[in-house]
Design a protein around this ligand. Sequence first.
Ligand SMILES: Cc1cc2nc3c(=O)[nH]c(=O)nc-3n(C[C@H](O)[C@H](O)[C@H](O)COP(=O)(O)OP(=O)(O)OC[C@H]3O[C@@H](n4cnc5c(N)ncnc54)[C@H](O)[C@@H]3O)c2cc1C
Length: 584
Amino acid sequence: MTINLGIVPPAPREERLARIDNARPQVLVIGGGINGASVYRELALNGVEVVLADKADFCAGASSALSRMVHGGLRYLENGEFDLVREALDERNRLLLNAPHLVRPLRTVVPIDSWMSGTLNAPLKFLGLTRAPSRRGALPLKLGLSFYDIYTRGRGGMPKHAFLSRRKVIARFPGFPDRVRCAATYFDGQVSHPERVVTEIFEDVARAGGKATALNYLAVTHIGPAGVVLQDRIGGGTVTCVPEIIINAAGAWVDLTNNCLAAPPCPAMVEGTKGSHLMIDHPGLREILGDDMVYYENIDGRICIMFVLHGMVLVGSTDLKVPDPDAVRCEADERAYILDGLKYVFPDIEVRDDQIRFIFSGVRPLPVSAAGTTGQIPRGHFTQWLIPATPGAHAPILCMIGGKWTTFRAFGELAANDTLDRLGLKRRCGTETLAIGGGLSYPEDPDAWVADLAARSGLPLPRVATLLSRYGTLAQALAEAFAGEQPLPGLAGYSDREIDYLIAHEQVETLEDLALRRTVIALAGQLDGAAIAALADRLARAKGWSEDERAARVSAFEDRLLADHGIARSRLGNPDCNREVAAQ
Ligand SMILES: Cc1cc2nc3c(=O)[nH]c(=O)nc-3n(C[C@H](O)[C@H](O)[C@H](O)COP(=O)(O)OP(=O)(O)OC[C@H]3O[C@@H](n4cnc5c(N)ncnc54)[C@H](O)[C@@H]3O)c2cc1C
């Protein structure tokens, strides 16, 4: 099902692979997370011929595992990362304007247990004289939040911070424990669906008509005699291309990727820390939180967060060094740590196992550092060239190291500037004020816009409102094309036409792509046997899978959900799983 969104519908995969094979693009970007997508957009819009390849699905790494905060990073002030916080606040404000359908203000509430504690700890940490996480009292928070306010003043930012007395904070959150003396409130941002930002960046590039191709499930494996070898993980073949410059945007895989391309020993650049989140279906907690995020200290003093996202409560996260970014999942001790923290801030809330509807983990691509604790590893970003010792052994590799999701535009801009310099090209345009996808011409009065489109398309008002919140103003073309859509069994909020549209337009290859990244079905706790069957039917039809292949794909997906995402066996429809349950 193709819909005219002002872009040529994507060519079949084989055609796009053929376009890459034996090509001599100016730039090959390795990695289709948010940072790879960002530099790809910068280069393509500036007339550079660029290919992007991801070994898995786009955003299968850290870019779908974040806490979904679009933030300055209050905590980073303790580590003295003032420039990062300043840059991140600027980028947060830009995203609120450039992608208003996906990035929205988020009121944040910080429960405070003491007035002064941490006042000395922050400067001591900054000077490297202590490593221990400490509790943060009202005074150091006041200083940090004042920095936020001073910096964002006059920059189209958000309302100033405020302090709530114990009486007021208990009136708002009666469940807080007795030790809470007051609370601070301030505004940051949240991104509802970060994977869509990447999809829309690719669509924007296609719409601009640049010489650019982005392909998922295409792994850069090594350099052969004919150039960089990329393995097609769908069809099984390989293609080769000869870029002038390689950009290594492989996140936590930066070092592994360098070691595939350049002669060892390559310098170690990144060290990953794993973070996990739980999506909890708890009506009581959902009601308590409302539209606020609670930004709280866990028992060990580490900052954790919880807020309502897609009808579930998102709670996280952890921060643990891991050697292998390909083998991460939320372990039992992490899950216990997250639940203990929840109980520490809301002692009366009981979470049952069956209320944990989805779990996800990812690896932060942090720079190698001598920091004593993971929390002290710098969160900023920088680039580093890897130039071959033997001239011509491989193209120069520009490595993108570190970076927050929030700062992706600035990081992409930095890497693009380095690349343009090396190619001897001048920048033609920038992205500071460029709308992303459905953020273009976003209505000042969304309700009137929705009412008008509902009248024209014949779709019910709430459905058009959902489409606006998912796709921004792209909803206009979609709503008209979805007229006559049918609901899907077990998948409230999605229709046959919407799923068919995503499959046809957005390089969907697997059930996981569809359920975890192109939609928020998994995050919204909707994944069960019926939902998986409905998605598998649409995907099998579009891809021409046989009955056996469909069954094998469903079974593999369910195994993955059981092993990595904490979905209860009893929720899945795979007969093999049910047999195991019966045998237990
Ligand atoms: C738990 C957690 C919470 C976080 N919370 C926040 C937050 O609230 N706010 C915020 O701003 N940031 C947050 N972050 C940080 C943010 O998510 C990351 O900094 C950002 O997503 C990194 O993006 P990336 O594109 O560099 O890496 P990734 O998204 O990991 O992308 C790298 C890509 O490279 C691909 N790749 C690897 N090797 C190869 C190869 N050989 N060939 C082809 N492709 C390859 C991978 O498949 C992957 O898709 C969080 C991160 C984590 C893990």
